[in-house]
Ligand binder design. Structure first.
Ligand code: GLV
Ligand code: MG
Length: 319
């Protein structure tokens, strides 16, 4: 299994792979993940050169502890295999994942897995370390998302690609991420929930895609909050101004994080023989049990991954 599944991906910054200026600038930004794009942010005539620009940026850049991803072109083009071979042979040890766009079925993920394995073996890299991120961007991908999410142990995330998806289903709007006019409910609920269920059933992260009105940070924040409320782990960011908002929306508040850690400590104490071996107990005015522990683990895990530290401590009740 690849290694980054539990790392925070609250903000996933898109960086055009053909732009040395953006590749340089992205290194200093506080995003959890960067993905260097060989797909739609790269003009067809710039794609060949961009492969080499991306390899150089991965090998020579200072990316700190960001998760480093390259988005290759999808398997319906003629670019995919060369994208993968050039990037992984050239910069494999400095790369965490390959992002595969417009995934339509499990075979496309398996094909990438096989190609990665051959490159890793040929180059003497650790086999299986490089992960896969799968973008769901059309009706076929969504219908097959359950099989896609279990197609390879390399998978780390399932990502919603709203722009291509809206085009694929003929949604009557050009404003990516916003609700289409005329529909009185949330037009994305079904799509997001299907992706989230497939991700959770396979211990993968679920990531929401871009919001294209990059100057409207309030609009970005509202859309990000909707995905975070459902359980999504992070969202793409296209501009430095969206990074802080994403990091904040997808981190638990300090209060929720402290509360979650308290529940974990309290539950451990009350279920021990010293605490009375109880299956359920009171923490202040709240009853906690095994299900509370599971909920607290999620929030505590996200808080720890986001680097939060505790500001309170569990005190066992006086005997
Ligand atoms: C991202 O790739 C999208 O199509 O929204
Ligand atoms: Mg797309």
């Amino acid at each position: 299994m690849s290694t980054n599944r539990l790392r925070a991906r609250r903000s996933c910054l898109a960086v055009p792979g053909s732009s040395p200026r953006f590749l340089e600038k992205a290194q200093g930004l506080p995003a959890d993940q960067v993905f260097l794009d060989l797909e739609d942010a790269c003009a067809p005539i710039a794609k060949e050169g961009a492969r080499h620009t991306v390899v150089e940026a991965l090998n020579e850049g200072d990316w700190g502890d960001k998760i480093k991803v390259v988005r290759v072109n999808d398997w319906t083009t003629h670019w995919t295999y060369r994208d993968v071979i050039t990037v992984v042979e050239g910069a494999g040890p400095n790369l965490d994942c390959i992002m595969l766009p417009k995934v339509q079925d499990a075979e496309q993920v398996r094909a990438l897995d096989l190609l990665l394995t051959q490159i890793e073996k040929t180059m003497g890299f650790e086999v299986g370390r490089i992960g896969i991120e799968a973008q769901i961007e059309n009706a076929k991908g969504l219908i097959n998302v359950d099989a896609i999410a279990e197609a390879s142990p390399r998978l780390e995330t399932i990502i919603f690609g709203p722009a291509d998806f809206m085009a694929s289903i003929n949604m009557k709007s050009l404003v990516v991420g916003e609700q289409p006019p005329g529909y009185p409910a949330d037009a994305y609920h079904y799509i997001l929930m299907r992706i989230l269920m497939a991700a959770r059933a396979n211990d993968l992260q679920a990531i929401d895609g871009p919001y294209l009105q990059i100057r409207n940070v309030d609009g970005f924040t509202d859309v990000a909050k909707r995905a975070a409320a459902l359980g999504f782990d992070g969202k793409w960011v296209l501009h430095p101004g969206q990074i802080d908002a994403a990091n904040e929306v997808f981190s638990p508040s300090q209060e929720d994080y402290d509360h979650a850690e308290l529940i974990l400590d309290a539950y451990e104490y009350f279920t021990s023989s010293e605490g009375g071996a109880k299956g359920s107990a009171m923490l202040g005015d709240e009853m906690i049990d095994e299900a509370s522990r599971k909920m607290a683990l999620v929030v505590a895990g996200k808080g720890r991954a986001a680097g939060l530290t505790r500001t309170s401590k569990f005190e066992p009740p006086a005997a």
